[in-house]
Design a protein around this ligand. Sequence first.
Ligand SMILES: Cc1ncc(COP(=O)(O)O)c(C=O)c1O
Length: 386
Amino acid sequence: MKAKRLLIPGPVPLEGRIAEELAKPAVPHYGKQWVEAYRETEGLLKKLFRMKDSRVYPLAGPGHVGLEAVVTTLLRPEDKALVIDNGFFGRRLREMLDAHGIEAFSIHSRWGSPPDMRRVEEVLSSRYIRALFAVHSETSTGMINPLRELGSLAHEYGSLFVVDAVSSLGGLDLPCDDWRVDACVGASQKCLGAAPGIAPAAVRSSILEGVDPSEVKAWYFNLLTWDRYSDEWGNWHPQPTTISTNVFAAFKVALEAVFEEGLDRRVERHKTVGRAYREAMRSMEFRTVAQEEDCSDTVTCVRPPTGFDAVELQKRLGEDFGILVAGGIGELKGEVLRIGHMGPTANLQDLLSVVEALGSILKESKDVDVKSALEVATSMSKGFFD
Ligand SMILES: Cc1ncc(COP(=O)(O)O)c(C=O)c1O
């Protein structure tokens, strides 16, 4: 069976040397060479998070491992937290805080619409909130949250600012220092273009220094454990446990590729492709869930034109065109298509094949100008991919 083109919002297809690295013979997760690779990876992560005074962690596991490690290390059950809930992954953060017995408040807004900043300020100002949690790119709705404004409000009221950057790290602009992000977590399998299995995290050092180790009721999910191994076993085994060495090595190659391309250029590539996707899709009467100014450039989340069914379109794309996109989750289940353009899939070729395939399905029962949609996509990417 011919492999399908994977255009879901992560994991992304593994390309060239990243895939090759993954297939190499296994190496030990300790020893001189391993330590060198581990330290180099930490150096690359420092550059990626743009958080100067920080400790970075290439945690082994999915993105949630990083998020949960931040929660268990920085918050206690008696703490209060505030969560921006305008999508599936914002709600997940709330679920996680609830599971740890932390008193959490949510700022709800319609999925795909930005938070009401007055409500955020009301909650932050009326009680001491240890941390404000927000998702950067909400993969369930295709929108971005206003991190700069949220970070500034959190700091005004003495709260930490924790960001889920799982579907934005390495794809969207994310200057953690400028936006006053105190803890940030990404994932290997999305904009970074690596295999699933590493959750890169960064936490401001001064915050970690203020944590009382005896109060952290976790071991693996305790970033102080990672710090301890980095210090005490740093010359041979700098992390507390085994890490899948191949996944890690491929992750390092992917990070190197990010900086070879250049972070700014990579962000620009995602911006170009994101805008072109949205305009081309709108020209065929798809509607984005979020307003244009709030849309994420790493995932396009659209409702189909009137009379078309999202689930059916998703199925046809897979069966007839070999293109795998995602459907809606949570409140948007069955209502939308979600197309990932992250890392290797943020390119003009994939965009044109999606537009062409969707256009030809619509054309069976609707008058659609597919040629003009393709022209929109091409002209909006002009100058970048020529
Ligand atoms: C914004 C966001 N947060 C968290 C996650 C969870 O990541 P993981 O499945 O790697 O734990 C995802 C996965 O799609 C996501 O998009």
